[in-house]
Design a protein around this ligand. Structure first.
Ligand code: 6PG
Length: 236
């Protein structure tokens, strides 16, 4: 399902309201956060306008991927979430499960996989997130599953180590097996720079790019786009 919003602010507000509804209807939720810059406006809205609308004690936060850097780095997905969200909400520390990007990568992959399997309810032996937020790269990557690593789409592991092909930065990413086990996946895609790639993903669907292989087996797939990102889509 594709939802097109006039701008990022409208998209962010709608997402926040959807999250409020999700938290209200469950005793506990397991949320997998996206990396990148797109979610920043959502975190800012959640911090400013939704702190009293969400019982954060019910929310368990995980990350879909992380850059292998210190949490203080500008590059850190956890660091961005801390700066724009975690510093402002009353979420118990035990509910926040960052990927330790600064640690030995091979050890962290094992540690994080075990942590997820221990805490997130399993379905068919894989963690089942209530909601996975994902971004979309201009090359069709999502999380840190890049086009040169389509093996991560079929990996049986929970986490894999990848390399960002342009910057050669090491990453840790959850695999498609985990994402596709979720109850719901929402791609958050904004800006003119994403207009051509989103058309490839939602309309051309040649199945050559990582993001095209992200589709919950039994859950719901949604795309939240602003009008800039939706520029080239056929208007229904
Ligand atoms: C990351 C992300 C990555 C991101 C897309 C979109 O760690 O960078 O997981 O998949 O979501 O590259 O990034 P922007 O939101 O910055 O456009």
């Amino acid at each position: 399902m594709i939802k097109i919003f006039s701008n990022k602010a409208e998209l962010a507000l709608f997402f926040c309201d959807e999250l409020v509804k999700l938290v209200l209807k469950k005793n506990e939720i397991f949320l997998c956060l996206s990396g990148g810059s797109t979610p920043e406006i959502i975190y800012q809205y959640l911090s400013k306008n939704y702190n009293d609308k969400i019982d954060w004690r019910k929310v368990n936060l995980f990350w879909g991927d992380e850059r292998c850097v210190s949490p203080d780095s500008e590059q850190s997905n956890y660091g961005m979430t801390k700066r724009h969200l975690l510093n402002f909400i009353d979420i118990p520390k035990k509910n926040v499960h960052p990927i330790n990007g600064e640690d030995d990568t091979e050890k962290e992959v094992i540690r994080y996989s075990e942590e997820i399997k221990k805490i997130v309810p399993l379905k068919n032996d894989y963690p089942e997130f209530d909601l996975v937020m994902l971004g979309l790269g201009e090359d069709g990557h999502t999380a840190s599953i890049f086009p040169d690593r389509m093996d991560v789409i079929n990996s049986d592991k929970i986490c894999e180590v990848t390399i960002q092909p342009l910057t050669m930065q090491k990453r840790i990413t959850l695999t498609a097996k985990v994402f596709n086990n979720a109850e719901k996946i929402i791609f958050l895609v904004t800006g003119k720079s994403k207009a051509s790639i989103i058309k490839k993903i939602v309309e051309e669907r040649k199945k050559k790019l990582p993001a095209e292989h992200i589709r919950p087996h039994n859950g719901e797939l949604q795309f939240f786009l602003d009008s800039d990102a939706a520029l080239f889509l056929k208007r229904l």
